[in-house]
Design a protein around this ligand. Structure first.
Ligand code: BGC
Ligand code: NOJ
Length: 834
């Protein structure tokens, strides 16, 4: 008998067993309310400002870091731990007979009431147990390097209560990779300092670190422990630490081994009485000359300043209000009103929120990314910019320049860079031939949104040249474009290199050694494999590149680019069509990938999407045929799978894609990132019903109704959902950090709702299901707020018949930027044009 994952049900408490969903959306507070600790997977949120960041699960798990999840990890998390989701914020309450955690973990005592509300930049917990109500608010202030945990305890019972509270965390020794590996050193270096209500983590401060971390409480503790194992006791666990069971910390000082920070607090609560405590987990940096006081002690001044600032609840409330204000302002950029609440809450809250997180963290730190391997991905971060160019143009500008700075003179780029140092990652290097083009895509999106063509003249050095040579961002874009032109293969199509967007289609790297990475093994056979996906992407961004050439007065380069476009279009026409869809690639030996001639892997999503998005085959019906094939062969209940039929055997000439079981990851899962590309392609063909159907399949606010099957957070996109050929279709994995957020938000707002910035204005070009009567969008664009009402009286799917601006009829569907006041009323009537 085979066992499926649903066997979990048998052993789980009824709170898990009986449900399809484990919470609900509260749109009025912009929260997802998790109603039980027993979710199918820990459901997390991100707290943070640009520097200080936390992951927090619905039971208080997770960790904090400063800027870089690998190099500046503050607290220790045990990935893949048993029990799941250890460690996090340690909170224990006890009286003479009972012991519980206000976040359920780590005690796991079944609570009388449990609720976790994940909001924008904060998470709240409400629990009740043994007549004690606990409210915990966790957030990171906009302008301080700390996480605040504000805990309020209320005695809701008829008796006076004497409570002991233990609160703490376990330190990570900064470099999260070394912390999990180099025990021969780690067990000797740990250092702490106890300073009243503060425990400072000082490991390596004596030598090369100019930073330390601290945990503090705004009240006098009755005890503390900083040596983890003394707190837990021999072979003890966080579920039942010895100190908590015995009701007494031991005032230990950690010397090496595993430093922690735990405070013991005692309180008496009369019936109805409340007590509030503020805990800080903070980070302090001192310049080298300020590290020590004149008397040779650690300079704690900045820590004391932070503690003084947040010592009382008014200050905490002010800081919290600033967080809420920040997110309200962020979301105000664009709001949508349709007849579909699932769409509105996705467009107005969760998708833009996820876009902010993916922009900040790229693929570095989640419950599926351990924070130690990948930093910022070149292609990932460029695409993530699509999600935030409107809301955070300044950050987008800086990110574009940072990304360009890890590009090489020949247009190739480091595939990843470390957020703290902004240096390219030499271990993985470059050679992913799609990478350069994403810089054109992101810069184009930024220019269309902001009109800031000055960015093209910003000085940015190439990573392999000395700085000061005067190269500009435009030189980088030119190198990007040229990189494709300089790397064409036997069919005149772009060479794929190590891989294109699909990291796992490794057509030039033949690995038979399980001890090496698929992508970085030597490229053999001259690396002549070619990619139709890069061809489509090239043709898609080429008009943007030509526009940028003209913006810097290089019409000659724009004209030359036109010739290259024609040549690649001709190559796609001649060698890229398989009869019913676009081929995916040519192998190193000239064999086809993604062809009806293949036994497996006959059709891939990427080349259908990108060739159609680029305009290939729009006039002769190939575009429709390709998307019809996508619907017939790739689309399933859970979305559009990446490839069909999935590969059943490992083939070194295909690489990592064939290493995954059928239906998982790149081998035939719904790889969600690609689905909005199909949505966009469908809108380009005017197929609004198809576009919207495809959009809904992966959208978290739709999938929430089957949260149990879906498993990961029902309020954010996941990277993949197991596909139709998988053993357990419909299970999602790798939630949060995925380009799906940016692309889906982009597809929804720019192509379905069709409110789309262009170089010369804001274009209104909806493509919706014909049943929709209309919708409204309010959006800022270059300093003006546009209130756009779209009517669809004749139930068409596409086409703007009429448009008025503040009552005056406008020709065409492009709103010119500025000059018409701060707030503009736009009325759009869809219908047949002309
Ligand atoms: C995954 C890809 C990912 C790559 C990153 C592969 O194992 O399947 O999705 O892009 O690793 O290195
Ligand atoms: C995830 C990676 O972060 C991204 O760069 C890649 O394009 C996709 N996987 C597909 O392989």
């Amino acid at each position: 008998m085979t066992h499926s994952n649903t066997d979990l049900d048998m052993l789980a408490p009824p709170a898990f067993h009986d449900r399809e969903r484990f919470g609900h959306f509260d749109d009025s507070t912009r929260e997802y309310v998790v109603e039980t600790p027993y979710t199918p997977y820990p459901w997390i949120n991100y707290l943070g400002n640009n520097d200080f960041r936390s992951l927090i699960s619905h039971t208080g798990g997770g960790y904090q870091f400063y800027r870089d999840a690998k190099l500046r990890r503050l607290t220790r998390y045990r990935y893949n731990s048993v029990p799941r989701d250890q460690n996090g914020r340690l909170l224990y309450l006890r009286d003479d007979t009972q012991l519980w955690s206000p976040t359920w973990q780590p005690c796991q005592t079944p609570l009388d009431h449990f609720e976790c509300r994940h909001g924008l930049g904060y998470t709240r917990f409400h629990a009740r147990y043994a007549d004690i109500d606990s409210n915990l608010l966790c957030f990171v202030p906009r302008d301080a390097a700390c996480e605040i945990q504000q805990l309020t305890l209320t005695n809701g019972g008829p008796r006076r209560r004497h409570l002991q509270l233990f609160a703490g965390l376990e330190w990570c020794l900064w470099n999260a990779h070394d912390d999990a590996n180099n025990f021969q050193r780690n067990f000797s270096t740990g250092e702490v300092l106890v300073d009243g209500g503060s425990i400072c983590h000082l490991t390596e401060y004596r030598e090369r670190r100019n930073h330390f971390a601290f945990f503090s409480v705004n009240s006098d503790p009755v005890g503390f422990d900083t040596d983890r194992d003394s707190f837990l006791g021999p072979y003890g666990s966080y579920q039942k630490p010895r100190a908590v069971q015995q009701g007494a910390c031991r005032q230990t000082n950690a010397f090496g081994w595993a430093p922690a920070a735990v405070f013991q607090l005692a309180m008496t609560l009369e019936p109805g009485e409340s007590r509030e405590l503020v805990f800080l987990t903070g980070y302090v940096e001192n310049e080298p000359e300020r590290k020590w006081t004149p008397s040779g002690t650690v300079n704690l001044e900045r820590m004391h300043q932070m503690q003084t600032r947040f010592a009382d609840s008014n200050a905490v409330a002010t800081a919290f209000a600033a967080v809420q204000h920040h997110w309200e302002g962020y979301l105000d950029h664009c709001t949508v009103q349709t007849e579909e609440p699932r769409l509105d809450r996705l467009a107005n809250i969760w998708a833009p929120y996820q876009c902010a997180v993916t922009h900040q963290l790229s693929r570095s730190a989640s419950l599926f990314e351990s924070g130690v391997s990948r930093g910022m991905g070149f292609r990932d971060s460029n695409q993530d910019l699509l999600g935030i160019v409107g809301t955070q143009p300044d950050q987008a500008r800086q990110r574009i320049l940072d990304l360009a700075a890890v590009q090489f003179r020949d247009g190739g780029a480091y595939h990843q860079y470390q957020p703290l140092t902004k240096q390219g990652n030499a271990d993985i290097g470059g050679g992913f031939n799609d990478d350069p083009l994403w810089l054109i895509l992101s810069t184009g999106a930024y220019l269309k949104e902001t009109g800031d063509s000055g960015i093209l003249h910003e000085a940015v050095p190439f990573a392999d040249e000395s700085p000061g040579l005067g190269t500009t961002l435009f030189d980088h874009l030119r190198a990007s474009f040229q990189h494709v032109v300089d790397n064409l293969g036997p069919h005149g199509l772009p060479l794929i290199g190590r891989a294109d967007w699909n990291d796992c289609l490794n057509l030039n790297c033949f690995s038979s050694n399980p001890d090496e990475a698929f992508q970085t093994t030597d490229i053999r056979e001259q690396g002549v494999a070619e990619s139709l996906m890069i061809a489509g992407l090239f043709l898609f961004v080429a008009p943007d590149y030509q526009h940028m050439c003209r913006l810097v007065d290089r019409d000659d380069l724009a004209a030359a680019a036109g010739a290259h476009r024609n040549a690649i279009t001709a190559a796609v026409d001649k060698h890229g069509w398989d009869g019913r869809w676009f081929l995916r690639a040519y192998r190193h030996d000239g064999g086809k990938v993604g062809s009806s001639e293949n036994r497996e892997g006959q059709i891939f999503i990427e080349s259908q999407a990108w060739c159609v998005m680029a305009g290939v085959g729009h006039k002769d019906g190939r575009a429709e045929r390709a998307l019809d094939s996508v619907r017939a062969l790739l689309t399933c209940e859970h979305g559009v799978v990446l490839v069909y039929p999935a590969y059943t055997q490992y083939d070194p000439a295909l690489g990592e894609i064939s290493s995954y079981p059928p239906g998982y990851k790149e081998n035939g899962a719904v790889f969600c990132h690609t689905n909005p590309w199909i949505v966009i392609a469908e809108t380009m063909l005017g197929r609004g019903e198809h576009a919207f159907q495809t959009f809904c399949k992966t959208a978290p606010t739709w999938r929430e109704s089957q949260a149990k099957r879906h498993k990961t957070e029902p309020y954010v996109y996941a990277q993949m959902i197991a596909g139709k050929e998988a053993a357990v279709p419909g299970e999602a994995k790798n939630s949060w950090l995925t380009g799906t957020a940016a692309w889906s938000y982009h597809a929804l707002t720019h192509y379905i709702l069709g409110v789309r910035p262009d170089y010369d204005g804001l274009r209104i070009d909806p493509c919706i299901p014909p049943s929709w009567p209309g919708f409204e969008v309010t959006r800022r664009f270059r300093g003006t707020e546009y209130h756009i009402k779209v009517h669809n009286p004749n139930h068409v799917t596409k086409g703007v018949a009429r448009m008025t601006v503040n009552g005056t009829e406008l020709d065409g569907n492009l709103l010119p930027p500025g000059g018409v006041g701060d707030s503009v009323q736009v009325v759009v009537t869809m219908g047949h044009v002309g």
